[in-house]
Ligand binder design. Sequence first.
Ligand SMILES: Nc1ncnc2c1ncn2[C@@H]1O[C@H](COP(=O)(O)OP(=O)(O)OP(=O)(O)O)[C@@H](O)[C@H]1O
Ligand SMILES: [Mg+2]
Length: 500
Amino acid sequence: MQTLCFQGLTKAYGGVPALSDVTLTLSAGRVHALMGENGAGKSTLIKLIAGVVAADRMTVTRDGKTLPLRTAAEATKAGFRFIHQELNIVPQLSVAENVLLGHPAPRRFGMFIDWRRMQDKAAAALASLGAEHIDVRQQAGALATGDKMLTRIASALVAEAGAAEPCLYVFDEPTAALTASESTKLFDVIARLKAQGAAVLYVSHRMNEVLQICDDVTVLRDGRHVLTTEIAKTTRVEIIAAMTGKPVSDAIPARTTPVGQGVACRVTALDTRDLSGLNLSLAEGEILGVAGLDESSQTAFLRLILGQGRIQKGGLEVLNGPAPTSPEQAWARGIAYVPRERRSQGLMLGMGVRPNALFPHLVDYGLLADKRAEVARTRGLADQVRLRFQGTEQPVGQLSGGNQQKVLFARAIAKNPKLLLLEEPTRGVDVGARAEIHGLIRALSTQGSAVILASSDLVELLGLSDRILILQGGRQMAVLDRQAMTPADLLARIYASEAA
Ligand SMILES: Nc1ncnc2c1ncn2[C@@H]1O[C@H](COP(=O)(O)OP(=O)(O)OP(=O)(O)O)[C@@H](O)[C@H]1O
Ligand SMILES: [Mg+2]
């Protein structure tokens, strides 16, 4: 194959256009970036060419010949492989079963599933990603977020005996849930696919990656095509302007006022099942970054403060009182939380924006609820995070990925929390909204809210934090002053702690 051409891509949801007459041409051996703000239509475009959502209009040609593409089966037959943004792993199944999901299972005598061969195949696909550490017999639900993503990516790389070589790989925000080193391995894989002559379509909000690994870029705005060019012929500024329609600064606002006098949180010689030897105190208005390769201990730390977890030894004092004993109590005391996985841990996807944004803050339910006040409150919050939605009652599951993330953040800031616990707050969020969220975090800190920010985004971490706690295997390795640290310094510290 030389070129794949998707023409006139059009899709409306309930009369509201999500994609209008977009044309995209992909070439063999080239990586094509698809960019645009949250809700611009990227995932919709991908769902159309994957045959999982019916297009209102679409013509597909391969080297000039028309290609039928109405169902997922036809897309697979055409040699298209997809890593969708939100399609999650099946938690009850093993890693091996997840990797081979959608592929014919290897069988013995044409009947019995050959588990051994299945495991070998899955392990080979994971190894090609440099993810040998994942045990294929393990239940997928127990994996860390990054490992879940690697499992899904491996699934697209499984070689299928007898099937045509894949000619197109599509990745919808694959690195949003990966660490820097995992991302690097993925980029090696993409380089290999490209060298083998496949076309790659790549969606990401991370400009550096796009500039590094892509050959071409197409930008969508409000469901319309605005720009296609070679990466070598454009600039970061031009791409951002095409996405937003105006210049946007992605600089993170620095601290302008000193941190407060009072203590928001004090941890003394603390041990739990997952954490050990934690010793630190957080001032009012201070932002404490949390870094490390092992995200589960970061989650354990934040959740402990939220009242989920048991202290075995040592002390934890939160907002001048004992640690909360439940999340309900924590929210009531002014502690707010943005969890790591928005769809499985944070949002009620079938419910509207309003209940999702407000539920931890609601005192009166049912008949006593003041719906008009809630709607007004929700609208105000939506404005603050620049939510792109059709109304306060629209189910959150219908929002684009980045807009779902904004709902989660809106909920956390709804009542000016005194202590804000954040895990990956800008995951999947576009440049403009990211700047907005960074501004809101800085503003809360200036007003005296303390913030604990766990993030794998080193620019974000260094841009906002006053100090950075490095956790490894649940142990406190260091608390570093952010002053004069570069991303490279921080990365070196993170890896040094892993080796320790
Ligand atoms: N099932 C659905 N029902 C109604 N509207 C939908 C549905 N799926 C998507 N949309 C709307 O289509 C528009 C485009 O969404 P899409 O998911 O393609 O955005 P995106 O560019 O992938 O954004 P992000 O960067 O946040 O992932 C959004 O306004 C979204 O709310
Ligand atoms: Mg998307």
